[in-house]
Ligand binder design. Structure first.
Ligand code: MN
Length: 737
């Protein structure tokens, strides 16, 4: 290295130093400048022998970090000094003690924190995720001074900016770590610009091809974008001018990283990411009118462009925890394109760029700048330690999905449709029009084809693809959640079913004809029974769709001729049966046997010798040890039992237990009055159509007491009777005995 080169380099270093003081966001006192000067001289001396991998003098790095701290973040002189000194203890002969002697405890403590984090950097054996976990702990416990973290972020930013000459594997490691821990940290602190830059650089080193590709595409679409923004601006300009507003309309491109994230998350191509840039409207205003003007601009913008209510964020009324203020809305802009519009004052813009530093600069109500900074740092420390602050942003993310049982989605033209939460793509289709629903062939959500049962989210843009050939299937019923869609699908399926049944009936007529059977009511009923179906329509439908085919019809005709033979067989057998048994119509409801003239319910068992089934003519036989056994009348043992033990034989009868009456006694008391008895019997007998087995009333000194025995089928009947009796004027109490 020649002397001329060194001299040139020293000049450059001096220039950088001057620049550092010039660009400081905060106003520096003479004392501040003195502190920074000493730090600068110390750092220059400490690093004088060192060069970076790129070959330049090492001191350029701490100066660059200090510049980020001073200008982009807007920290105080203490932080600027600490930034200049951040690598001194780690890389040179200076000790922490030296720094404490020279700069005092605060600067020394910050540098100590930075040194400790740096040492963790060198722990290369650990996988990135574990290491990041280390960092997180470190960052939270290591030091009370949050400036350590902020300077570390600035340090990382500069390292990322100048990583080109580093070894490839180191680049990837540092970049991954940056994406994992430093970008989220920057976001938390409200350093949006730095966060975006860290992310883009992170992507550049982890996925270089992807990064280059997106970067190129953004360049290619720049012109188109500018035209679009001009279009937008000229549409609203007149309205804004009439309102006398001074504004600046800019395009704000989405970062390469966030475009990439969207492409991966939604599995779409670059062209399909529809919000690649936002429009930013920055206005001049005094503090008092700031909010009012924001909403005025909002109102003018939405006069021209339809707003999407679920993408409305009012960070002015409720600033983010990191101080961010702005009014965000998404509108259907020119060319039917959704476009985010960010409305903010110059002050808010500055806060958005610089975080709290700007916030506290403006919030200078009597307090000194340093005190404001202290507040910011305290608040940041709180935010970083308290894991719950994460929840704030988290909640904001999901707020629109949480705030209602309703979601809002959009047609391709930007019309809003609301659906119950959980609504699917197919539900949406039916919500537009039944005909569209019934003809749904496919659905695109945010430009991507999705299954019909895809669950929609608020803000989704949904496009239905229809086809004349499409029609609902049974499966569709499981794809929808709204009653409307379900009803429409069902009635469409029924309609189709009916149509098939009509055709099926014709087919059946022809098929039976070939078997010499006429399709009449009798034949239909027999066939319904044969196929174990419920209605003739079921039968016709099944013939129509072919599940009842020639084979089954053939089986049916065969069984039919057998039935004829069986009929005669039965006739002969019946002659041998007990003629005294009265045949009652047997239904499958006959499920209980009662005994004796009073039809008492008693415990019984079926005799194993004949195994009666409901409807058989039966009698009970009282055994010595096993209670009542029920036999069929034509049981082989019946004659012997009946003749030898006639006294043990009990009359038995199948009944429908659901129709059985239970006798219940009711006791009534009340005030004796004319016609009361009449009313009581009317209620029980006439209105309820029940049997009264006995009824008696006693009257004594104006008070009456009644006893009624009624037959009821179940408890519900009884409750109804009691309720109705209670309504009779004069009745005081009713007891059930
Ligand atoms: Mn460094």
């Amino acid at each position: 290295m020649t002397e001329a080169f060194i001299e040139e380099e020293n000049k450059l270093i001096a220039q950088e130093y001057k620049e550092l003081l010039r660009i400081s966001y905060r106003s520096l006192t003479d004392e501040d400048k003195k502190l920074i000067r000493t730090a600068f001289d110390t750092a220059v001396d400490a690093h004088k022998e060192q060069r970076r991998k790129s070959g330049e003098a090492y001191i350029f790095h701490p100066i660059a970090v200090a510049k980020i701290v001073a200008s982009e973040i807007g920290l105080d002189a203490t932080s600027i000094a600490a930034a200049l000194l951040h690598d001194v203890v780690e890389d040179t002969d200076y000790t922490l003690n030296d720094l404490e002697q020279l700069f005092g405890e605060t600067v020394a403590r910050i540098v100590d924190g930075l040194t400790k984090i740096s040492l963790l950097d060198k722990d290369e054996e650990k996988p990135v995720s574990l290491q990041a976990e280390n960092y997180r702990k470190m960052l939270l416990t290591l030091n009370d001074d949050v400036r350590v973290i902020i300077i570390k972020i600035a340090d990382r930013l500069h390292n990322m900016q100048t990583m080109g000459s580093m070894r490839l594997d180191k680049q990837v490691k540092i970049a991954s770590e940056t994406l994992y821990i430093y970008a989220p940290l920057a976001h938390r602190i409200g350093l949006y610009n730095i966060k975006s830059e860290l992310e883009d650089l992170g992507l550049k080193y982890t996925e270089p091809e992807v990064f280059d590709d997106i970067q190129q595409k953004i360049k290619d679409s720049k012109e188109e974008q500018d035209t679009y923004i001009q279009n937008f601006a000229s549409t609203i300009r007149k309205g804004l001018e009439e309102a006398g507003l001074h504004i600046n309309i800019k395009g704000r491109p989405k970062s390469i990283y966030s475009i990439r994230r969207k492409m991966v998350k939604q599995q779409v191509s670059f062209d399909e990411v529809y919000d690649k840039f936002a429009i930013r409207i920055i206005y001049k205003s005094d503090l008092a009118n700031e909010k009012f003007i924001a909403w005025k601009i909002y109102s003018i913008v939405t006069d021209f462009f339809r707003a999407n209510p679920v993408r409305m964020r009012d960070w002015i009324s409720n600033p983010k925890s990191n101080g961010y203020e702005s009014l965000h809305t998404t509108v259907m802009g020119p060319e039917n394109q959704w476009i985010e519009v960010q409305i903010r004052s110059e002050r808010m813009h500055e806060i958005a760029e610089k975080g709290y530093a700007a916030h506290y600069k403006y919030k200078n109500n009597g307090e000194k700048e340093d005190q404001n900074l202290e507040h910011w740092l305290d608040k940041l420390q709180e935010a970083l330690i308290n894991e719950e602050t994460n929840a704030v942003d988290f909640v904001e993310e999901f707020k629109m999905n949480l705030y209602a049982k309703e979601i809002f989605v959009f047609t391709p033209k930007g019309e809003i449709k609301s659906l119950p939460k959980g609504g699917t793509a197919l539900d949406f289709s039916f919500s537009i029009h039944t005909d569209i629903g019934l003809r749904t062939r496919g659905v695109r959500v945010n430009g991507k084809l999705v299954p019909l049962n895809y669950v929609l989210k608020s803000g989704d843009q949904v496009e239905i693809i229809t086809s004349k050939q499409s029609k609902p299937t049974q499966q569709w019923l499981s794809y929808v959640t709204t009653g409307r869609a379900r009803t429409k699908i069902k009635s469409s399926l029924n309609e189709e079913r009916k149509q098939i049944a009509i055709e099926g009936k014709d087919i059946l007529r022809r098929k039976l004809k070939s078997q010499r059977i006429t399709l009449n009511e009798k034949a239909i009923n027999e066939l319904v029974k044969f196929c174990k179906l419920k209605t003739s329509n079921d039968l016709f439908y099944r013939v129509g769709i072919g599940t009842i085919d020639n084979k089954i019809i053939k089986e049916f005709t065969n069984s039919r001729s057998n039935t004829l033979i069986n009929f005669f067989k039965n006739k002969i057998r019946r002659n041998g049966e007990n003629p005294n048994i009265i045949n009652e119509e047997i239904t499958n409801k006959f499920d209980l046997i009662v005994f004796g003239k009073d039809e008492e319910k008693l415990n019984y068992k079926f005799a194993p010798c004949c195994k009666p089934i409901p409807g058989d003519n039966v009698f009970g036989f009282l055994t010595i040890n096993e209670g009542i056994k029920v036999h069929k009348y034509n049981c082989p043992n019946a004659v012997q039992l009946q003749s030898n033990y006639a006294y043990r034989v009990m009359q038995a009868k199948w009944i429908d237990s659901s129709q059985q009456e239970f006798k219940t006694n009711l006791r009534l008391t009340g005030i004796d009055n004319m016609g009361l008895v009449n009313k009581v019997t009317q209620v029980i007998s006439n209105n309820m159509n029940l049997n009264i087995y006995s009824i008696s009333f006693n009257s004594n000194g104006g008070v009456f007491e009644g006893k009624i025995t009624v037959g009821v089928k179940n408890k519900n009947f009884l409750s109804t009777i009691i309720q109705r009796l209670n309504n009779i004027k004069g009745i005081d109490k009713i007891y059930r005995e």
